[in-house]
Ligand binder design. Structure first.
Ligand code: P6P
Length: 346
């Protein structure tokens, strides 16, 4: 099977994500089965979300509710469904102390009747949901932290507001032409393709490494007039042919669904950007359940992630649950190009 680039190994063995997670946990020592149990429950939730997303065109689940989430965005019915599926799959397993979701204004406590675990789950149940009706790839993004408050007690906001380098795992499901689950537990990045005939995610992309550089940039150029002069100069530069510097114009690829744009960047290389602008001074993407998990994955694949101001994205200490952040993420040499403009150009 030929893959889009020669840096992702073709996988011949049949390895389910459940088996891979257990092997990863064994390899990291101190395996209690707790961590693999958490990811197993989450994988089940993603399979259920897949089933509804793949049927969305067939049942009257399209269109939006008249509800709005904390972001003020109209909540699509599938958003609500996905949010509920993850909550009900994760609340009783005893792996979590607390959860946080893009769709919930406040953090989500574990119900009184269930045991509290040592992990924290932050998630965006259905990212890119505004694209649902157009059948564009959308996704579920998740981030796993270890709790910092005493065991057996109710988890708190303190357990959630941790910098991204504290993550123990992160991943996303992309519901597209095929549905994939990509995750890292801090020992490389692995991609699993869903085979509906057996109901399993099978290892298809072993130990993914992002290319060092690629002539692709991914950004919403409609925001050009709102960007800083430095950002505008970077965008002007990527489009220039500079034969004397052996530089060709880069290609623009922008889907408007973060999971799809980051997934392409991971596999093909290049850079995905959502910078701050005069309207959104902290950018649009959320730190805890969009930027942090994607940055952890990209770094684990050999890439870089910054806030466009010279700061490593994973070093940002969160202060609010739904905090937004500017994001520059992708191939290391592409991110360095962006940073050169954003940190030196006035
Ligand atoms: P814009 C989707 O609503 C989302 O949160 C991300 O998935 C995506 O990258 C971004 O917003 C797109 O934003 O302003 O370009 O439409």
């Amino acid at each position: 099977m030929t893959l889009p680039n020669d840096h992702v190994e073709v996988v011949s063995k049949v390895i389910t994500i459940e088996r891979h997670i257990i092997e990863q946990e064994r390899a990291t020592g101190g395996a209690t089965g707790d961590f693999s149990g958490l990811l197993r429950d989450l994988t089940l939730a993603i399979k259920i979300i897949y089933r509804e997303v793949s049927r969305a065109g067939l049942v009257d689940i399209l269109g939006s509710t008249d509800l709005r989430n904390i972001q003020g965005e109209i909540v699509q019915k599938l958003d609500e469904f996905a949010n509920g599926v993850i909550f009900r799959a994760m609340d009783h397993g005893g792996h979590l102390a607390v959860m946080a979701s893009e769709e919930n204004d406040e953090f989500i406590p574990i119900p009184e009747e269930y045991p509290k675990g040592k992990y924290v789950l932050c998630f965006d149940p259905l990212d890119g949901s505004s694209n649902i009706d157009a059948n564009v790839s959308i996704g579920t993004i998740f981030s796993v932290l270890r709790r910092v408050t005493p065991a057996e007690t109710d988890g708190t906001l303190e357990d959630i507001l941790q910098p991204g380098y504290k993550q123990v795992a992160a991943g996303y499901a992309i519901y597209g032409s095929s549905t994939m689950l990509v995750y890292t537990a801090g020992h490389g990045v692995y991609g699993f393709t869903y085979d509906p005939s057996v109901g399993e995610f099978l290892l298809s992309h072993n130990d993914i490494h992002i290319p060092d550089h690629k002539g692709i940039y991914s950004v919403n150029e409609g925001n050009y007039s709102k960007w800083s002069p430095a950002m505008q100069q970077y965008i002007d530069w990527v489009k220039q042919e500079q034969p004397e510097a052996d530089k060709k114009a880069y290609s623009l690829r922008y889907i408007g669904s973060m999971v799809a744009d980051v997934h392409r960047t991971l596999l093909y290389g290049g850079v995905f950007l959502y910078p701050a602008d005069i309207k959104s001074k902290r950018g649009k993407l959320r730190l805890l359940y969009e930027a942090n998990p994607m940055s952890f994955i990209i770094e684990q694949a050999g890439g870089k992630a910054t806030d466009g101001r010279g700061n490593r994205l994973l070093d940002i200490v969160p202060t609010e649950l739904h905090q937004r952040t500017p994001l520059v993420v992708g191939s290391p040499k592409n991110v360095d190009e962006v940073e050169r403009f954003l940190t030196t150009t006035k």
